[in-house]
Design a protein around this ligand. Sequence first.
Ligand code: O2Y
Ligand code: MN
Length: 611
Amino acid sequence: MSILTTPTMTGVDGPSRNADVNDWVRDLARLTKPDQIVWCDGSTREWDDLTKMMVAQGTLIRLNPEWRPNSFLARSDPADVARVEDRTFICSERQADAGPTNNWRSPFAMREELDTLFAGSMRGRTMYVVPFSMGPLGGPISQLGVQITDSPYVVVSMQLMTRMGEAALDLIGPETPWVPAVHSVGAPLVDDAGVRHEDVAWPHNPVKYISHFPETREIWSFGSGYGGNALLGKKCFALRIASVMARDEGWLAEHMLIIKITSPAGKVYHLAAAFPSACGKTNLAMLNPSIPGWKVETIGDDIAWMRPGPDGRLRAINPERGFFGVAPGTGITTNPTAVDTVWGNSIFTNVALRDDGDIWWEGLTPTPPAHLIDWQGEDWTPESATPAAHPNSRFTVTADQCPSIASDWDSPEGVVIDAILFGGRRPSTVPLVSQARDWAHGVFMGATMASETTAAAEGAVGRLRHDPFAMLPFCGYDITDYFAHWLEIGETLGADAPPVFSVNWFRKDADGRFIWPGFSENSRVLEWIVRRLDGSVEVVDTPVGKLPRVRDFNVEGLDIGYEDLQAILSVDRAAWTREADEIDAYFTELGADRIPEPLTRELRTLRASMR
Ligand code: O2Y
Ligand code: MN
């Protein structure tokens, strides 16, 4: 960690080999006026110094090292607990380029607004400079960035979530492209009159902006210290900005987990899978198969960058170094691997604190402890009316601590993708699994992904929320152009394009009970997909895709009736007629004339086959 105490320095005084990086840091220091600038090196010493400092300040609570060594609990301000989609902006020069699904602001207007907000925003604070790599250091698919932040919580979280520090800075040579990412919690400690104020445990600002400038590939985030709003390598860079880079350069930046499957015969397959937020992605990424002889290993739980490789096949990396997983529901029965992963060296945000200095959240164990301190610092007992952990509480931990991590998870060249999966939360209509007829039909499956709303907060319960490719809040440009880009990638890959599958673990019966047990039993769906890849199983051709023959589906040892299985492996024509109407309405909402022709053709084919 090297410290420069004069933010008003002139000339190239920073340690970067790239003069633009040094100048950019200097200019931002002039704008935000921190007390000092710290260039982060990513060392253990830096982690120790910052965590000790935050414990002293009350931002972190050190957990009992006997239970959770080198681990900490952070409690955010209750007004800063999640990504803020309504404050997330794509500031492309033309409004049309942001498309119908993004909030747009003119880059000129936004820069003016941000300049005002950032002016003096770091007074009394330290400005940390965090050079980072998304993807293995120096890898051919990896990208570099530099985040400036006034939050030490963000620095230590970036240590867990990215390859950051000296090694990343060294890679940024005089001509190397890098993405600038500016972050301030927007809570200066010294006011305009020069009066110093006490800090709070979780500084933030009621005014929040998560702004992206696709043409200049810049990120500016103001007012929040939480998750995707503040760890700018994740959703802001690896999805919103990277999706624009990917469009321009012929690759894919996707909201997908990556897993490695080994069959009982020892054959290896890699799958990438897109699911909307809160659909159990981390559980699938760390799946413990119920069927004997099968192994699933983790490569990534949230984001995949995929490029056609030198052999013409699609190769993927996980650009992240760690997991920022949802805590509630992650338990010793639902995801024991995730529970083992966070044995130590972890940061927990907004979970509950046990009396013995360890953590707890709903679903971690079947029985809650008799007493806890809840995520807001209040006494809690099982009789309390509110949950002990916030529903969006998180664990942050490096991927290499995961017991199921694959040996090739950080291969710089990535892994060859053998199949792509699209999933949603659909109590009806969408079968447990089906294979797309071809790439265009696969793109149609991705473009028409949807989930039924489960909470009143999401709108009326039971309504469809479309989430194409699980990218609705994450695509940095016009989603209809994104569909076209996927179709173009298919052209590039040609016969090497991986087969595409739709999956749905969430079908319910007439009584509202889940038909499919999910979790480790999802390995049976993966088994069928692998058998399709091997060509060792036949299909039933239907208008919605190639479905398993019921007799081929492995349900040995599973308590599921034939009729139930038949129901989730068949096509309900009435429901699919309604689905076609839904898709038609959604395409119209996106702009019917903007939808690429191959997708409207898929919709026509679907409609015609339902007559
Ligand atoms: O609420 C946040 O800031 C985090 S959202 C998130 C975190 C990790 C992985 N995925 C997501 C998501 O919303 O898809
Ligand atoms: Mn996600």
